[in-house]
Design a protein around this ligand. Structure first.
Ligand code: P6P
Length: 284
């Protein structure tokens, strides 16, 4: 697994350079979910595909930017699912964006996710990785080298930040009432529209909640299970938090039928997730 994580570090530096120099224009293409693709999406995807294809022990790679799985070695153990540039719709505003990786042993699903990692392209490059069972590992790339940071990064029982995703006018009433109840308790709004910076912020600040509900415009949510949701579920659970769907199921119990399936998702500290379960009429 170290070889794969080292490759992701090298990818981080290459994609960061692309973001800084790259063409922010749109291509004529669309990804599997129908999103228009930036030339940067395609360039980042190409860098990652090239790097991961050169690794041993990788059975296949599945990109958010491509419809089909790329089979590399049918006898190898790992399938790597990745979102090469998450938040490309905010990169032109110079907001921080990220890349997300889920490494699965066997058919990709919550139960087969063995390692999750994300890269945050911010003031400096930061990588967070969690291997199932191992403590979380947090490193940042500053002044040309990777520095190991605090390994603990545990969430507190209760946080102070609320990151509500989606379009409010399409939220179900009980979700709107839940989000408003946190603000009425004094929670601060922290939402950039980039999943990686928004969830990284909760981890660094020690808690709170990120929510992307089932809504009338997106009844199955927006975020993709294999490339976005399941990797962050492993990371949040490793940090002592919870990661559930709108039925109260642990996200790591999900098994998508199709590679690009999405799901409503909630990530956060215990207090906020339990409050959401109550608002949704779920057992706590
Ligand atoms: P909304 C970015 O497009 C993304 O896929 C995630 O990075 C982010 O959390 C979400 O969509 C934002 O969606 O509907 O709140 O703008």
């Amino acid at each position: 697994m170290k070889t794969i994580l080292d490759a992701i570090k090298t990818i981080a530096v290459s994609v960061d350079a692309l973001i800084k120099e790259g063409d922010l224009g749109y291509s004529t293409e669309h990804n599997a979910t129908g999103d228009a693709q930036l030339k940067l999406d395609i360039a980042a995807d190409r860098v990652i595909e090239e790097s991961l294809s050169a690794l041993a022990r990788v059975r296949s790679i599945i990109s958010e930017e491509k419809e089909n799985e790329l089979i590399l070695d049918p006898k190898a153990p790992y399938t790597i699912c990745y979102d090469p540039l998450d938040g490309s719709s905010i990169v032109d505003a110079n907001f921080s964006v990220g890349a997300i990786f889920g490494i699965y042993e066997g058919e990709p699903a919550g139960a087969s996710l063995v390692t999750a990692a994300y890269i945050l392209f911010g003031r400096h490059i930061e990588m967070v990785s969690v291997e199932r069972g191992n403590p979380p590992m947090r490193q940042r790339f500053v002044h040309g080298r990777w520095q190991l940071m605090d390994r603990k990064f545990m969430l507190k029982e209760k946080g102070r930040h609320n990151a509500p995703g989606g379009t409010q006018q399409y939220w179900p009433p009980h979700h709107k009432a839940f989000v408003d109840s946190l603000f009425a308790e004094g929670y601060r709004l922290r939402y950039s529209g980039g999943m990686v910076p928004d969830l990284h912020h909760l981890i660094v600040k020690g808690g709170g909640i990120f929510s992307y509900p089932a809504a009338s415009d997106l009844p199955n949510g927006k975020l993709r299970q294999l490339f976005e949701v399941l990797p962050f579920a492993l990371i949040f659970e490793a940090a002592g938090g919870q990661a559930i769907d709108h039925h109260g199921r642990r996200l790591l119990e999900l098994a998508p039928r199709h590679h690009h399936d999405t799901t409503p998702c909630f990530f956060g500290s215990n207090y906020e997730i339990n409050a959401l379960k109550k608002a949704y009429g779920l057992a706590t």
